[in-house]
Write a protein that binds this ligand. Structure first.
Ligand code: UFG
Length: 344
């Protein structure tokens, strides 16, 4: 029989790509999502790719009784992947309580319900934001955790602690904490991708919206950093590669192969790319120009961060595969698909 996985936040950007990869790997998926930052039509996209429509329940996971009822109606779930969270760094500074409530209560509910329903493991969406500006690059999982730069970042640190403390206290579950670097791109079919609400805050959706003419020009936040071309450096990881790491992590936990009850992995390519390099690579890969101008630094930005992904490579047996060129092409194809559909 197929093993069943709960994907909390499964209609979102990374959740939808992970649902596809779980289905491709033979898992049954139940999605719970409140659709606060995603669209029900994502389910059609998933079904077009895999031929399977995942089970779906619209619910706010802060509703513990509601979540319990859903789990009663869907017995036999083996593992959970928790994506459901608020994720806009800037908004979190304006509305900290929204972030603390959404991102912490949801995790508490899931951790309390897991043993009740015999759910064995949780894969948690964490972020390289926990490292702040690392002293040593590329950054390994053993680098010190730096004070968070935003309430959003703080929720990721607190969530990691909550999971560790819960398991340390003897709760019979396992966890894998996945620290993402900068996920970008879309499924190569362009059936699913990133759908930001309003004016995008992240680089790639702003860049593709500029390239297609929705935005006049892309602002490059600073060219006076201590980097080769002066712009910030990040580790941009293809979203399908990232999604596959969740399947590997889940299999590892469910097959009893974890070496520790809580394991932590960086998910990145190991390569740092500057904002200006990224714009050039996009223009080369797609043949489309991106009007851009240099403006002042954005408050709170880290100068440079990229992953040492060796632990994930060796222990998980996972390596980022896709080239940056193809990843940027996939982001562009997705933007064209949105225009065809009249969405953006
Ligand atoms: N940038 C621009 N112009 C834009 C948007 C971004 O120049 O219009 C630059 C930023 O200054 C940064 C880079 O592009 O140097 C990437 O910025 P993003 O906003 O796309 O991503 P961040 O690295 O700031 O943040 C991401 C996630 C967060 C996560 C963080 C961890 O969005 O959720 O990585 O470092 F916490």
């Amino acid at each position: 029989m197929k093993q069943k996985i709960l994907v909390a936040g499964g209609t979102g950007y990374i959740g939808s790509h992970t649902t596809v990869e779980l289905q491709n790997a033979g898992f049954d998926v139940l999605i719970i999502d409140d659709l606060s930052n995603s669209n029900i039509e994502v389910l059609d996209g998933i079904e077009h790719i895999t031929g399977i429509r995942p089970d779906f329940v619209q619910l706010d996971l802060k509703d513990k009784e509601g979540t319990r009822k859903v789990l009663e109606q869907h017995p036999g779930i083996k593992g959970v992947i928790l994506f459901a969270a608020s994720k806009a760094v800037g908004e979190s500074v304006q509305k900290p309580l929204k972030y603390y409530r959404n991102n912490i209560v949801t995790l508490l509910n899931i951790l309390e319900l897991m043993p009740e329903f015999g759910i064995e493991g949780i894969v948690f969406s964490s972020s390289c934001t926990v490292y702040g500006q690392p002293d040593i690059l590329p950054v390994t999982e053993d680098a010190p955790i730096k004070p968070a730069m935003s309430p959003y970042g703080n929720t990721k640190q607190i969530n990691e602690e909550i999971i560790k403390d819960t398991i340390h206290a003897g709760t019979p579950i396992k966890s894998v904490l996945l620290r993402y670097f900068n996920p970008i791109g879309a499924h190569p079919s362009a059936e699913i991708g990133e759908l930001p609400n309003g004016v995008p805050q992240n680089l790639i959706p702003y860049l593709t919206q500029t390239a297609i003419g929705i935005r006049k020009e892309l602002s490059v936040f600073g060219d006076d950093y201590n980097t080769p071309d002066g712009s910030c450096i990040r580790d941009y990881i293809n979203v399908v590669d990232l999604a596959k790491a969740h399947v590997t992590a889940m299999n590892r936990m469910l097959d009893g192969k974890s070496e520790e009850n809580v394991e932590i992995f960086n998910l990145g390519t190991g390569r740092g790319v500057s904002v200006l390099e990224l714009i050039n690579t996009f223009e080369r890969a797609t043949g489309v120009k991106v009007p851009h101008k240099i403006v002042g630094r954005r408050e709170g930005d880290i100068e440079q961060v990229w992953a040492n992904p060796e632990r994930a490579n060796k222990v998980l047996g996972w390596t980022a595969q896709e080239t940056l060129e193809n990843t940027l092409k996939s982001a562009w194809k997705w933007q064209l698909h949105l225009r065809e559909k009249g969405i953006q």
